[in-house]
Design a protein around this ligand. Structure first.
Ligand code: UT7
Length: 387
């Protein structure tokens, strides 16, 4: 997949994130399972992670991140054409978490769907969103990665529960005629490794039953060592490939934002690419692995910390369950200073979201009234009622 050939380019024009306030440190975890701060830090680089509160869900966290991203972009909800939510922990099997966020935003002109590609989900969603813009089908696409992994964690399994965390990130993609934005993308998969990282229960193969719950099949199961090997194999290769596709020398890339799973995996990629570790954005020490949310959260923090500036070339690279992996080369072009909302605009945005809530409740009430009414009977060609 290469840059648009028809003059339409997909630019990242807004970004937002949300992480729950509850911090779970390695010392806290050592009270729950047989582990230690020393083991977790040396094997993963993680010091702490955020854990969803009782009211936090993938939709509620994704919604906050989305509102912030729209605010940065100066985009109103009704201008959004498409909402894609990458998540391994959707609110329900269906309806899609994306539809819940669409409703809460009042994005009345948007299509909405969820995308499942494990921790690579956000990268896949970004690719789909960018292509929807480059093809001319859509102008504004909201791409969200949101996860409440703590709800599918086996808190007795030390080999997984120390790794993951909760949070959400979002970006706004907008069509533009000026070059830049998403320059190239690759998305790959190898389903033969599906069982290396899996939630076995609760799907059509193994529907939820007392037995599946007793066996803990609704929790994440992972062969960490094999996933580690796979990740170390694909990270540098996909970064090189995506740079070559865009015709950019990897040495001219100012920043690499990798999936935040393990510091050792990132260091292995840095060595293989012959790049200094400082060229990689790393925040996994604070959040652990937030799956689909890790890259968009990292984008937000890289911008906040001044590590991603207009004109910079940046590679985003992720891997995860499936097995899946993907990379994207972005020419960062977001204007500085960002669109700062005036007080009036803030009040207006709040009113819009309030209106979206009222609209949603009204629509539900209307549906209930409608369902209480008798169904209209079909008419024959002459307009007479059929008996
Ligand atoms: O987004 C993709 C998601 N997944 C990943 O990115 C995971 C990739 N894999 C990894 O990050 C690493 O494989 C882990 C961090 C999961 C594990 O590190 P490792 O160096 O591969 O350790 P290991 O699995 O080879 O286990 C070494 C030892 C084992 O003990 P024995 O068999 O050598 O006696 C484990 O039982 O460490 C033990 N162990 C722990 N010890 C203390 C496993 N988890 C823990 C723990 N605390 N939390």
């Amino acid at each position: 997949m290469a840059e648009s050939k028809n003059g339409r380019h997909a630019h990242i024009v807004g970004w937002g994130k949300y992480v729950p306030s509850k911090v779970l440190t390695n010392a806290d975890l050592a009270q729950i399972v047989d582990t230690s701060d020393e083991w977790i830090v040396t094997r993963t680089g993680i010091h702490e992670r955020r854990i969803a509160g009782p009211k936090d869900t993938s939709a509620s966290m994704g919604l906050i991140a989305a509102k912030e991203a729209l605010e940065h972009a100066g985009v109103r909800p009704h201008e959004v054409d498409l909402i894609i939510v990458a998540t391994a922990t959707p609110e329900y099997a269906f309806p899609a978490t994306a539809c819940l966020i669409q409703d809460a935003l009042g994005a009345v002109n948007a299509g909405a769907f969820d995308l499942s590609a494990g921790c690579t989900g956000f990268m896949y969603a970004l690719a789909v969103g960018a292509q929807a813009i480059q093809s001319g089908a859509h102008k504004i696409v909201l791409v969200i990665g949101s996860e409440t992994l703590s709800r599918i964690m086996d808190w007795k399994d030390r080999s997984t529960c120390v790794l993951f965390g909760d949070g959400a990130g979002a970006i706004v993609l907008s069509a533009g005629n000026s070059s830049g934005g998403i320059l190239s993308t690759i998305c790959r998969s190898d389903g033969s490794g599906g069982d290396l990282l899996i939630v076995p229960g609760g799907g059509s193969r193994c529907p939820t039953s007392h037995q599946t719950v007793d066996q803990g099949l609704h929790f994440i199961k992972m062969n960490g060592r094999e996933v580690f090997r796979f990740a170390a194999r694909v990270m540098d290769k996909s970064a090189r490939e995506v740079a070559a596709r865009a015709g950019i020398d990897i040495g001219d890339v100012q920043l690499i934002i990798p999936h935040q799973a393990n510091l050792r995996i990132i260091r292995a990629a840095a060595r293989a690419l012959d790049l200094p570790e400082e060229r990689f954005f790393i925040n996994l020490q604070y959040y652990g692995n937030t799956s689909s949310a890790s890259i968009p959260i990292a984008i937000c923090e890289a911008v906040e910390q001044g590590k991603l500036n207009p004109g910079d070339h940046c590679i985003l690279v992720g891997f995860g369950a499936g097995l899946t992996w993907a990379a994207t080369l972005v020419k960062w072009g977001a204007p500085k200073p960002l669109h700062e909302m005036t007080r009036f605009e803030r009040i207006y945005a709040r009113l819009l979201y309030l209106g979206a809530g009222i609209r949603s409740r009204l629509m539900r009430a209307l549906l209930r009234i409608e369902s209480a009414l008798p169904l209209p009977r079909s008419s024959d060609r002459n307009g007479k009622r059929k008996k």
